[in-house]
Design a protein around this ligand. Structure first.
Ligand SMILES: NC(=O)c1ccc[n+]([C@@H]2O[C@H](COP(=O)([O-])OP(=O)(O)OC[C@H]3O[C@@H](n4cnc5c(N)ncnc54)[C@H](O)[C@@H]3O)[C@@H](O)[C@H]2O)c1
Ligand SMILES: [Zn+2]
Length: 358
């Protein structure tokens, strides 16, 4: 059973990300250091019935007193009311600062459980067991935790690193194909921005089916890349913004089409092809990069074009409001080649012209 260990040094801690098959059903040794403590497992209505019992068995085997808190599946769960519910559940179960919170699920569970772990009693031990591809390669690495406010996504949050991340690739077997696709959008992004060899590996494999045997190595590579960014820029003030490649248009698409219409990673796929095209038009990105990225995304079953009925004007207006907008410019990430990128400030009018030129 391949197990890859990536060490992601955080500003104040180091932690390991273990990646392999069958990890969930054999994770007791990882919890041995916490023997005698309580574990509050936070899962959602999809992951709890599938995986909570196996995890509880392992936690108990390791000598912990474990129980599960189940939240409804879906983004609306990431809200202050559900967060308050978690605090109540922790109090009811007498969770103390010696105890730990374990997130078992996708990014929604990881984000809310992490924020709860960070704030409850000023911080309790936190372990992530991400079960979506997106959470495995993205949200479980880097320590960003948050809940949404009625006025915007992730407005209430913190940086809080887990002590351990366990990625069991076998959990992806129950994840629906669209969610896998959304994760693959971010996987392909890592190749585009920082790792030509990863991009070429994905290009060579070409389809989801061919990727499966290499998936644990690919996930490990993505975690290592994200861990590098986190090490270089733990609080997201600089180079970490490169992770936003494809996100300028993606956020606008999510906004204009209505949240939930496209999954985030699906919107990122469309945004990457567009941003590669903008880079080519501006002479920053070598000619042909956009076509290569489009071909790889299509091979993995992702959409590469925005739906035709969308108004370019509304998209341009939404892009100008992007949270990365500073002063009069929108900081957009463009590829300097496949495997490298830089942030380029673009004026909203310039973005609009690029968008209309498509
Ligand atoms: N913290 C960060 O750095 C960061 C980064 C990216 C995204 N996010 C956040 O992550 C969230 C999106 O995460 P997501 O895409 O994982 O969504 P999600 O957590 O909603 O999971 C998607 C769906 O898959 C289900 N599911 C999860 N694992 C499963 C499995 N193994 N088998 C079957 N079903 C399963 C979930 O119940 C849900 O219905 C957003 O809230 C986003 O803001 C955070
Ligand atoms: Zn993203």
């Amino acid at each position: 059973m391949p197990v890859v260990t990536v060490t992601a040094p955080a500003p104040d801690s180091r932690y390991e990300i273990h990646i392999g098959h069958g990890l969930l059903r054999a994770c007791a040794p990882h919890f041995a250091p916490y023997a005698g403590r309580r574990a509050a497992v936070v899962a959602d209505s999809h992951t709890a019935p599938l995986y909570a019992q196996a995890l509880l068995d392992q936690l108990r085997l390791a000598g912990l007193e474990a129980s599960v808190m189940e939240l409804p599946a879906g983004e609306p769960t990431k809200c202050p009311e559900r967060l308050a519910g978690l605090y109540d559940a922790f109090l009811d179960r007498h969770i103390t600062r010696a105890d730990l919170v374990v997130a078992l699920g996708g990014g929604v569970v990881g984000d809310i459980a992490g924020y709860a772990a960070c704030t409850y009693l000023r911080g309790v031990h936190f372990v992530q067991i991400p079960t979506t591809l997106l959470a495995q390669v993205d949200s479980s690495v880097g320590g960003k935790v948050a809940v949404n406010h009625p006025r915007g996504k992730n407005l209430l949050g913190a940086f809080y690193q887990p002590e351990l991340v366990l990625i069991d690739c076998d959990t992806l077997a129950t994840l629906d194909a669209r969610q896998i696709g959304a994760g693959l959008g971010e996987v392909i992004k890592y190749g585009c921005i920082r790792d030509r060899a990863l991009f070429e590996q994905l290009e060579r494999l070409g389809t989801r089916e061919n990727l499966m045997p290499a998936l644990d190595d690919v996930i490990a590579r993505c975690c290592a890349i994200k861990a590098d960014y986190v090490r270089e820029d733990p609080h997201d003030h600089g180079v970490r913004m490169q992770l936003n490649f494809g996100h300028t248009l993606a956020h606008a698409l999510e906004n204009v089409m209505g949240y939930g219409e496209l999954l985030h990673g699906e919107a990122v796929a469309i945004g990457m092809v567009a941003a590669a095209g903008w880079g080519e038009a501006l002479g920053v990105t070598p000619t042909g990069a956009a076509a290569r990225i489009r071909a790889v995304l299509a091979g993995y079953g992702l959409m590469t074009e925005a739906p035709p009925n969308l108004s370019a004007g509304r998209l341009a207006a939404a892009m100008a409001l992007d949270k990365k907008a500073e002063g009069d410019v929108v900081r957009t990430v463009l590829l300097t080649e496949i495997g490298a990128c830089k942030a380029v400030p673009l004026a909203p009018a310039q973005l609009q012209a690029l968008l209309f030129a498509r």
